[in-house]
Design a protein around this ligand. Structure first.
Ligand code: 8OZ
Length: 358
């Protein structure tokens, strides 16, 4: 029988009961100190029938924050908060990895105890920062000195150790959507003239150093990476994304990662996916491939049957449908997502979407 969304799968050492993955989704509802609390436990536990949950993007350090009310994964209190979530998901037979995040220049001093955001180069992004005071202009970030990069790599290592202590089945390195690692990859945001700028090799250096260090900490079979080759979100631009991301993909083969996760287009409405050949990039990758962005049940099944993808990550459908797996299985109607409650707030639009049985 052909594989479909309901076939079991293995991503590295992580055994999935189906191929329907909950995509990482920023929801801005963590407790004080970036500590996950009971409301977050309920939210993730409600969605444990996914084959795998990828958590919301989670800062690896105080300097990794770029929005209000994000959970972190670098203090003991945060580890204890996340442990309640991994326990609840595991108790329901689910699997969960945490997405490791450093926002780079997509931040603001008010979110960083007054510090300037850091970036590969001192280039202010277009757009506005989402702060506790509302939307405000971005500031020009401070260009990181090469001597500061080993400490950032160590922040990823520390966060990975915290994630393992918190009981996660693995970690996903967030190298997508215009944040620090993506800022290094692209020549629109990286104008460095040292070993970390210029050639593909140089621009990918930080990502590969981070990957190596995280793999050495967790084991490659517990590590995935997310990239977004054509997503213009957060003012990302590159002169040759196909060649750049083909290069990155080939370099990632050396690690034997659990999976490569690709955002196959632009989120928030931007980007032209047809300008990029995802199948060409996918064929270069020797491991499992997680596809994301605007898939529905039929397109997900088709991508798995054709061999394009091993698993499919669903975002907005999982916000509104905690029992998305059951709904796809029975071809039930889906709840509609309310975009006004995506970012911040309380249980409304978070844990109050109805289950089929309700
Ligand atoms: C939407 C709003 C805020 C953050 C990403 C973490 O794009 C995000 C994000 C998305 O990866």
């Amino acid at each position: 029988m052909a594989l479909d969304l309901f076939s079991p799968a293995k991503l590295g050492s992580i055994a999935l009961k189906n191929r329907i993955v909950m995509a990482p989704l920023t929801r801005n509802r963590a407790g004080d100190g970036g500590v996950p609390h009971d409301l977050n436990v309920t939210y993730y536990a409600q969605r444990a029938s996914a084959g795998l949950i990828v958590t919301e993007a989670t800062p690896i350090s105080a300097m990794g924050h770029g929005y209000p009310a994000l959970p972190g994964i670098y203090t003991d209190e945060q580890v204890a908060g996340w442990k309640k979530i991994t326990d609840a998901v595991h108790a329901k037979g689910g699997k969960i990895v945490i997405q490791l995040w450093h926002v780079g220049r997509i931040s603001h001093p008010t979110l960083l105890n007054g510090a300037l955001p850091v970036a590969p180069s001192a280039i202010k992004p277009a757009g506005k920062a989402f702060t506790y005071q509302g939307l405000v202009d971005y500031v020009e970030p401070r260009a990181l000195d090469a001597s500061e990069l080993p400490a950032i790599v160590q922040d990823y290592v520390h966060a990975t150790k915290c994630a393992l202590k918190a009981g996660f089945d693995g970690v996903e390195i967030h190298a997508a959507n215009g944040y620090l690692l993506d800022q290094f990859l692209r020549d629109g945001s990286n104008k460095r003239t040292d070993n970390y700028g210029g050639s593909f090799e140089n621009r990918a250096r930080l990502l590969l150093e981070v990957t190596k260090a995280v793999v050495e900490t967790a084991g490659a079979d517990k590590v995935g990476i997310r990239i977004s080759p054509v997503n213009p979100f957060n003012d990302m631009q590159d002169s040759n994304p196909q060649a750049l991301f083909n290069y990155v993909t080939e370099q990632l083969n050396q690690f034997n990662l659990a999976y490569l996760h690709a955002v196959e287009g632009g989120i928030h409405g931007g980007g032209k996916a047809d300008a990029f050949d995802f199948e060409q990039m996918r064929k270069l990758f020797k491991g499992a491939y997680m596809a994301n962005l605007s898939y529905d049940k039929a397109r997900g099944n088709a991508a798995i049957a054709s061999g394009h993808a091993d698993v499919i990550a669903y975002g907005v459908p999982f916000i509104a449908n905690p029992d998305l797996v059951e709904r796809y299985k029975t071809d039930a109607a889906l709840n509609e997502a309310d975009s006004k409650s995506f970012y911040g707030g309380d249980e409304k639009g978070y844990t109050d979407y109805p289950f089929l049985s309700a």
